[in-house]
Each structure stands twice: as C-alpha cells, then as structure tokens.
Design a protein. Sequence first.
Length: 246
Amino acid sequence: MTRQVLILGGTGEARRLADALADRPEFEVVSSLAGRVRDPALPSGAVRVGGFGGSEGLAAYLLEHRVAAVVDATHPFAAVMTASAVTATGRLGVPLLVLRRPGWTPVDGDDWHWVPTLEDAARELSRFGERVFLTTGRTGLATFAGLDRHWFLLRSIDPPAPPVPRRMTVLLDRGPFTVRGERALLVEHRIDVLVTKDSGGEMTSAKLQAAREEGVPVLIQARPATPPVDTESTVAGALRWLSNLP
C-alpha cells in the first residue's frame, strides 16, 4: 500500500528527505514550499507552492489528499507553519514529525549575545557599534528600518521590499559560504557586529567562525520552542520514523 506523505519544506533537510523517498515505492511524497523565495532549490518528486490558509486549510488538504503522515521540515523559525501543522494533524489524528537540525553551540572565543526576538536585537545594536552585518533574511528587515545611525550590510537570496534601513547595502547570495569569504566581508565592510538567527546547519555557519576569528560580536536570535510532538534532527531519523508508522 502506498502512503501519501506531505513534507512541509524549504530546507536542505526537506530536500534530502524527498530525494531519499523518491526511490521508495511505498511512499508517495509531495513537498510544499511557502513560495517566499523567487527561485527555490526544488526537491525530487511533486511540489506545491504557496500557503494552505492556516490550520483549517491544511486540514482540508490532508483530508482531500488522504495524507497518511506529515513531516514538518520547515525553517526552525517558521513557527506559524509549525503551529498550523500541529493543530491540523492533531485534529485529524494524522501522524506528525518535526524534522529540525540542531542549533549552533558557541565555542571558546565566541562573543555571542542571545536575544529572544529581532526587536530585542535592534534595541541592543547601539552597544556594539555602527556597522552591522545582517543575516536574518529579508522578511524581518522592517524591524531595523528606523535605525538611521546604523549602516547595514544585508545578505538575502532575493531583493528586499520596503520598509528597509536608509543606510544599507544589499548582497544577493545563497549559501553555502566559506570562512575565507565571510572574513573578507567582515574586513572589507568594517563590520562591528553580526546579527543572525540560530538556524543551525553548515550551509551558513561559516560566518560564526569568521566572526570568532575577527573578534566580531554576534547578536543571535534564539529559536522558538519545538512543540511537544515527535521530533528528529536528521534525515536518517525521519526515514526511520516513516518506516515505523503503523
């Protein structure tokens, strides 16, 4: 019997899981992408793009397509989508797995300052200097729009939409990045502080090593709490979970 699996994607783990399931005839997989990136890296198999319309829309989709299991492999900060998945699957009794790569852990030499929100990061900036390397993505950029005494180097995949900081340079790029390249950015732009989110993973972790080697402090937004559902941190773990479904 073929089982319908919905992967809520957008991450490298989601793509690797879809790729691994492509050769498993017992599963039929659809990957769902939010559509926020103009040219996303696509996984193997069927792909849908766009939101569901909250938990009710997601529940309707699960019923219509007779989905047997959902894997939430969205970005660690996609809290709204995760909450919708928890509500919809809980209402219908559909098994849900949250696939989250581990967060980053500081090592000797790191100068990290944890904040719960981007608003807190914006309030803390004046402690660290004027020139900011902002790697939180374009969706939270409005939080920093009124900080005219700061200059921002923003890195994102797609160009940002206003409101944006008045003093800003935009660098359009997609990881993975190298420590050498990140150090060069810090030096070239005379960066005083790096602002980022605890996304985890290796694709974008080079900036943290570069900041450590250059003595640049890091303001890092802590992750939202993972809901009390089945959770795995690796694609291999997610595959085991799917294989053990009753």
